[in-house]
Ligand binder design. Structure first.
Ligand SMILES: Cc1ncc(COP(=O)(O)O)c(C=O)c1O
Length: 432
């Protein structure tokens, strides 16, 4: 083992002494990849540099938060300037209204939003508010969609789609998930059966989903599936919640709802809206949002919610995204990688595919299409692990799981994208 490798592994060992698994979020441990985790030291534009000084082109970009790459000078400047005025007040401040206004103006379904510090808080609070607003109990979610780690969201599908779900993590009493239902994604007939079942139809508070699922790899919902959910929830008086923590401001200014032309009643945001700082939000129609404390009876709060430094970074991040042609340019850059790879896979009738929406995509091994969680569970993880190691050895960092997305930023350099494309093709040629 080289001295360099020891440096990285020694650092990780130290981390493991004081932090469970050496990480503060499990996927960072590179489990199942037969590869030691990266210990990051610095980010510069589209690259991340580890503690040994090795440089990687970064396609994880802090799980999509860094749509303008690492340490963007304008975002740094905005955050520093704001920091000099104080880093937190615990008192409402003007800048919170500025970012709220930009988000509300961008997404037509929103009248109001409230800021929190993580996507987990956003979805958890949205679900509570939907229950408080409707006075109903059941939340419907879909298998393979991730909505953060609040107890009641950690559920798996029951034995049949008409049964309730059970918890998918230790430490969660069944009582916490007894009003959750987990249905198959993109299965219109199954969802319709559940939603129309008189046994619980009148007790459904909300249906929540990622309209473009990105936590089993990128799996867009079909238009007809979303349309049906929109119609049924409206009919039954349930709240339709789009979890746009990933897709919000990623696939366009209006997020997935703009992409599909279907509006939700409530929307959750995270990642991009904080410009690389911890900020997230949930919002929706005024009639629903007014149920929140202090106006309404649904309690929700946070010491660092609407943190002014995060607001400044978020404002700058969204300002950069408002420039003419920015989403077209993000997609053009992404296509430098994805189009030749898609062509190769088709020409060779390979058992792999790319699923993409704009600058968000996943290269799947072991399936020609992935439409739901059952497909995602059948993917070829061994080939993905080989692919991950091959790319890593060649200076490319892709999200360390087959069930995650690649994120292209506005600062990814063409030369890096071309190198990445060539490496993917090299890997596919020798392994497919
Ligand atoms: C769609 C979605 N919702 C919610 C969350 C939870 O966000 P956070 O990790 O900020 O708590 C994530 C995290 O990746 C996510 O992808």
């Amino acid at each position: 083992m080289s001295e360099q490798t020891l440096t990285q592994s020694a650092t990780y060992e130290r981390l493991c002494q004081v932090i469970p698994g050496g990480v503060n979020s499990p996927v960072r441990a590179f489990k199942g990849l037969d590869h030691p985790p990266m210990v990051a030291h610095q980010g510069i534009k589209d690259c991340v540099i580890d503690v040994e000084g090795n440089k990687f082109v970064d396609y994880c970009c802090s799980w999509g938060a860094l749509v303008h790459g690492h340490a963007h000078p304008k975002i740094l400047e905005a955050a520093k300037k704001r920091m000099e005025l104080g880093t937190t007040f615990g008192i409402t401040s003007e800048i919170e209204g500025e970012l709220a206004q930009v988000i509300v103006d961008s997404v037509p379904s929103l009248d109001q939003i409230r800021f929190v510090s993580s996507g987990t808080e956003a979805t958890m609070s949205a679900a509570r508010l939907a229950r408080g607003y409707t006075g109903k109990e059941i939340i419907v979610k879909f298998a393979g969609n991730y909505h953060g780690h609040a107890d009641f969201f950690l559920v798996q599908a029951g034995s049949g789609v008409t049964t309730m779900s059970s918890s998918s993590s230790a430490g969660i009493p069944e009582a916490m998930v007894q009003h959750m239902a987990c249905l198959p994604y993109n299965d219109t007939a199954a969802a319709l059966r559940f939603l129309q079942d008189p046994a619980h139809r009148d007790n459904i508070a909300a249906v929540i989903l990622e309209p473009i699922a990105a936590n089993m790899g990128v799996v867009p919902a079909s238009h007809s599936f979303l349309e049906m959910l929109r119609e049924e929830t409206a009919k039954m008086g349930a709240v339709l919640i789009f979890d746009e923590v990933i897709s919000g401001f990623r696939v366009g200014r209006e997020g997935a709802q703009g992409y599909y032309g279907i509006e939700s009643d409530m929307t959750c945001f995270g990642k991009i809206v904080g410009g690389g700082f911890p900020a997230a939000a949930f919002g929706g129609k005024r009639a629903i949002m007014e149920y929140l404390a202090p106006q309404g009876p649904v309690y929700q709060a946070g010491t660092l919610s609407g943190n002014p430094v995060a607001m400044a970074a978020g404002l700058q991040s969204l300002a950069l995204l408002s420039q003419e042609g920015v989403y077209e340019e993000l997609e053009r850059k992404t296509n430098i990688i994805t189009e030749p790879v898609k062509d190769f896979l088709l020409d060779n009738n390979s058992n792999a595919c790319i699923q993409q929406v704009g600058s968000l995509f996943t290269l799947f091994f072991g399936k020609k299409a992935v439409n739901n969680f059952d497909d995602a569970k059948a993917l070829d993880l061994t080939t993905f692990a080989e692919f991950f190691r091959f790319m890593y050895q060649n200076g490319i960092y892709v999200s360390p799981s087959q069930h995650e997305a690649w994120f292209i930023s506005t600062v990814h350099e063409e030369e890096h994208l071309e190198k990445t494309r060539d490496l993917i093709l090299e890997f596919l040629k020798k392994s497919m």
